[in-house]
Design a binder for this molecule. Sequence first.
Ligand code: DX5
Ligand code: ZN
Length: 232
Amino acid sequence: MPPPGSIKIAPSILAADFANFGAECRAVEEQGADWVHVDVMDGHFVPNLTFGPATCAAIRPHIRGVMDVHLMIAPVDPYIDAFAEAGADIITAHLEAGPHIHRTLQAIRATGKMAGLALNPGTGPEAVPHLLDQLDLVCVMGVNPGFGGQRFIDVSAKVRALRAMIGDRPVHIQIDGGISVDTAPVMARAGADVLVAGSAVFKGGSADAPEAYGQNIRALRRAAEGALGTLV
Ligand code: DX5
Ligand code: ZN
């Protein structure tokens, strides 16, 4: 299990007001978010489209902390420099996005950014030991990527296996998709330390009335840390 007090909540702006990203990013950070998770979709690797590096660059000045960019695109390599220049702190690529994930992770690291590896629900963790020296984060999808608000798929066994592989190395285990106050404790106990949440953070609030974001973030953190035995 991750050490008590180490759980990070990363709101996904996929559930934010797309006409108001700057204010939405400032609002979730002011309300206690640890990272801001940015979902890039290409309509090819996943059946939905969002935005590209220009939007990431426009959002960047509105995020004080970590901008966590999740690329749901194929191919990845031709766009790594553009997302690095847009100001991403973490760039995550999918194992399923191409045949040369090792090269992709090396190319991300070469830009000076942290490298993340995302695994779809149907993908096992077997490749991870071969990639551990190239990684800063493993993103375990709790839904098939493409849309927010989907039902959580139980990936506990995969997360436990990854925690055993990673041990004390400085590699984050992130869960993305379907995180709620019900699923957050299960994932924290299995070994995840970063919880991405779209609908569970943005529900009930807005950039003008962001108190609900704060309540939602605190509820997720309390649920996850509670499972680790931390009082928050
Ligand atoms: C799914 C995205 C997720 C998504 C999570 O393709 O990568 O980041 O926004 O949304 P919720 O928390 O609503 O499942
Ligand atoms: Zn995501």
